[in-house]
Structure formats: C-alpha cells, structure tokens
Write a protein that binds this ligand. Structure first.
Ligand code: NAD
Length: 277
C-alpha cells in the first residue's frame, strides 16, 4: 500500500492498518465514534472539542495535564454523558478504546515551551510515541498538530510542504521545533512500518477566544497592549511575516484533514501573509 503525502512523496506501507474494534462492523449495534483529544483543555483543543461535541454521534475523551490548559475551557461539557475529562500527562502511556486521536498536547507559546525545555521535548517525543502506541493497539487514526516552526528560520517564502526547513538543532526553540520534527518522523515511521493511519497538520499562527493574554505571542501582545492603553510594539519591525488563522477555521481544517484521505503534512494557516509593521 502506498500513500501520497502532500509533499509528493510516496510512503510505502509495510502492513495494512491495524483492525479497529469489532464493534465498528457490528450489524445491530451502532456505537458512537470515540475520539481522544490530547491537549483538549488548551486554546485550539477546547474549540476542537466544542466542534466535535456538536455531532451527536461523537463521544469525546480529553487527556490533559493542565500545564497551559484549564478545565474552565471545557466547563460546558463537564458532566455531559458523551464527554470525559482525564488528568493525564502524555509522557505516560494511556490505554483507552478510541477510533480517532487528535494529538495536540504540547505548550505552543515560547514562554511556556521554553519554561521546561526537557519536558517539552519529552512531551513531543515520548508523548507522540505513547499516542502512536495507543493508535497501533486499538487501530485508531491519529492526527498530529505539528507547526510551521518545523521550517525554522526559513530560506524560502512562502513555505510549502515540500520545503525541509532551516532549523537550529541546539537553539533555545529547538525543544519545540526539533521536538515537532521528531514527532513528524515518528508519525511517518509508524505509518510505513506498522500501517497506522496518520494525519499531520502544520499549524500557523492561530488566534481567537481563549488564547492566553500573557503567552507572549504577537496577537495576544497587541491586544494586551491595546487593553492596557500602552503603545503597540513589535520585536523586529518590518522583518517578519506571519500567516494568521482564526481558530474556528483551524478547527474546520483539522477535522477535514482527519476525515479526508491525505496523510499530510498539510500547512493550515492563511495564504495571505502579514508583515510586522
Ligand atoms: N496556537 C498556535 O498558533 C499554534 C501554532 C502551531 C502549532 N500549534 C500546535 O497546536 C497544539 C495546540 O496549541 P494551543 O495553541 O492550543 O496550545 P495550548 O498551550 O493552549 O494547549 C496545549 C494543551 O496541551 C496540554 N499539555 C501540554 N503538555 C502536556 C502533556 N505533557 N500531557 C498532557 N497535556 C499536555 C496543555 O495543558 C494544554 O491544554 C500544540 O500541539 C501546538 O504545538 C499551535
């Protein structure tokens, strides 16, 4: 079996995908789709949960260690019969019977991912290994939220998925960007070696309700400065470009990727770039 990735490469798969639970094929009992969202208490994850819960055929399980996410983001679902919230760190194995895994668990903002860089690497590498192990065991399809930071300090603009990036392996951001690169590698190796059904999204700057006002990123900084009546500043005026995506569009993109046939990697962002003023 060969799958075409979005960068045009063929990924020959050694084995067919693992067989999902027999209930999937039962004639008389039609279960709901059981979906695990790691990092579901965070900014993007909680919006993804809201969207998945709209579908009454979905049961949603969130696993989160609440490092940057909060129960508050999910409070409207706590106690709902199709929803379950587990305090769990993805660096530890997790055994749950699910059909799909959206693997988002990882701090996304530099302030938080640099706070404990070794933990960030563990979350990206061991966390992704654990989720791939789970996907293999129960036959689930798994989607990884990677990042545009895998392109590092890019030498080509804009970056499409065929670009391999320009990344500093020993820089202060490498716990995050190299961590995500290894996570992508693991995804494709599990796909080729074990036939796991994978989807890889490379997310660009996302904004919207529930983003952390103190996360140090450009949109939150701008809003915080405006709210406090401070002058609007950027770090390196005129030198950086960014692609901004509203969170509901991001969530639609993630669900379409999960439901579609393309493994990715797929950039999800905005085709229009904005230059820092
Ligand atoms: N927001 C963006 O602009 C952006 C850009 C690129 C990639 N991403 C990716 O999207 C995903 C979600 O980002 P976000 O903006 O919602 O970030 P976020 O920090 O709001 O959410 C991350 C969630 O993961 C949880 N988490 C962190 N480490 C964990 C661990 N070891 N075990 C279990 N849970 C853990 C946090 O508590 C939080 O709820 C991340 O994988 C991030 O790398 C986001």
């Amino acid at each position: 079996m060969a799958k075409q990735a979005s960068n045009g490469e063929n990924h020959s798969v050694a084995k067919p995908p693992p067989t999902p639970s027999p209930l999937r094929f039962s004639k008389f009992f039609q279960p709901n789709m059981r979906i695990l969202v790691t990092g579901g208490a965070g900014f993007i994850g909680s919006h993804l949960v809201d969207k998945l819960m709209e579908n009454e055929k979905n049961e949603v399980i969130v696993a989160d260690n609440f490092f940057t996410g909060t129960k508050e983001n999910l409070k409207k679902w706590i106690g709902h019969p199709r929803f379950e919230l587990i305090r769990h760190d993805v660096t530890e194995p997790l055994l749950v019977e699910v059909d799909q895994i959206y693997h988002l668990a990882c701090p996304a903002s530099p302030i938080f991912y640099k706070y404990n860089p070794v933990k960030t690497i563990k979350t990206n590498v061991i966390g992704t290994l654990n989720m791939l192990g789970l996907a293999k065991r129960v036959g689930a399809r798994i989607l990884l939220t990677s990042t545009s930071e895998v392109y590092g300090d890019p030498l080509v603009h804009p970056q499409d998925e065929s670009y391999w990036g320009n990344v500093n392996p020993i820089g202060v951001r490498s716990c995050y960007d190299e961590g995500k690169r290894v996570a992508e590698t693991l995804m494709f190796d599990y796909h080729r070696q074990h036939g796991i059904e994978i989807r890889v999204a490379r997310i660009f700057n996302t904004y919207g309700p529930r983003m952390n006002i103190d996360d140090g990123r450009v949109v939150s900084n701008f809003i915080a400065q405006a709210v406090r009546g401070e002058p609007l500043t950027v770090q390196a005026p005129g030198t950086q470009t960014r692609s901004f995506c509203y969170v509901s569009d991001m969530v639609d993109g993630l669900i379409r990727l999960m439901e579609g046939e393309n493994t990715g990697p797929i950039n999800i962002g905005n085709p229009g770039y904005i230059r820092d003023p």
